[in-house]
Design a protein around this ligand. Structure first.
Ligand code: GUN
Length: 297
């Protein structure tokens, strides 16, 4: 029985962290600019709290100036916008990230668009989305999860995906749509699938590169996968399982790993695949922003 290569995002992120840490130190000694990242979280969503803690910790370990703003779930739109405005004007901050999702009473779109494009290390501002969609990925902040996925894909297939079919399951603004832009820019032939797509397994089976970003545990089965495909699992789903009669909580992806690993050429594990790469791309974007700020002084 063959088994896919594991795309070890954790190991790759650790390698990138070493480079980013050295580059941040070099920037500081040449310009006095230390990359600064502000992460804002509103409310008590447990998964978001874990993500934000990891982002802050990683920024600190890269030698960045790292601040976290933890706001109550009842925070008003005006209060949040006021905080973002102060961060927009703070010369020690080069990247601003407001963790999504926000509580229902807040206007996510207005919030993401209030971050100045120069500090939009999430790549959610329309100006940055537009640049990416127009094929200028090198000249904008690319959303972190798709950027991380592309690095993992390039390790397997190189950076020119000419002639390859890519299918993305999920059409979100955070993952599916920017992922499509990046794959297209790398010359892949791209299909975006979603809940209204007819014959999802059939489309998936034609894909040399399959990206699953749906948020449904183990939805993509091994028999949806083209033999030899590169499979990137973006899903992080918490599920309860029975282990020796005990209920245990565990993380699982959108891909049924056990069946997929027998068919794919390469596959990301969950956890330890895309997740660590997402965080490292945030560090990379923040470093880029700090470098640009230093060059403007
Ligand atoms: N929530 C889930 N993924 C992300 C992300 O990449 N950025 C932000 N800001 N929130 C998220």
């Amino acid at each position: 029985m063959t088994s896919a290569v594991l795309m070890d995002g954790k190991a790759k992120a650790a390698q990138l962290a070493a480079v980013i840490t050295a580059d941040a130190a070099a920037l500081y000694s040449s310009s006095g600019v230390r990359p600064g990242l502000a992460v804002v979280i509103v409310g008590e969503d447990p998964a978001s709290q874990v993500y934000v803690r990891n982002k802050k910790r990683t920024a600190e370990s890269c030698g960045f100036h790292s601040v976290q703003h933890t706001l109550a779930a009842e925070t008003s739109q005006q209060e949040l916008l006021r905080l973002i405005e102060s961060l927009n004007n703070d010369t020690g901050i080069h990247g601003i990230l407001v963790q999504l999702p926000l509580p229902k009473h807040l206007d996510e779109l207005a919030v993401t668009q209030s971050i100045v494009p120069e500090k939009d290390v999430d790549g959610f501002h329309f100006q940055n989305i537009g640049k990416l969609a127009a094929g200028h990925a090198a000249d904008t902040f690319v959303p972190c999860t798709p950027a991380g996925c592309m690095r993992l894909i390039a390790d397997q297939l190189g950076s020119d995906l000419s002639g390859l079919n890519a299918a993305i399951i999920g059409r979100s603004n955070i993952v599916g749509k920017p992922m499509a832009s990046l794959l297209l820019q790398a010359n892949a032939t791209v299909t975006i699938c979603h809940s209204r797509t007819r014959d999802l397994p059939g489309i998936a089976r034609r894909a040399d590169i399959l990206v699953a970003a749906i948020g449904r545990p183990n939805m993509v089965q091994g028999d949806w996968i083209k033999p030899g495909a590169v499979v990137v699992d973006v899903g992080i789903n918490r599920i309860d399982v029975d282990v020796d009669g005990e209920r245990k909580s565990m993380l699982t992806g959108d891909v049924d790993f056990a069946s997929a690993v027998r068919v794919a050429k390469a596959i990301t594990p969950v956890p330890g695949g895309v997740g660590p790469m997402t965080i490292m791309m945030l560090m990379s974007n923040t470093l880029t922003s700090a470098r640009l700020a230093a060059s403007r002084r």
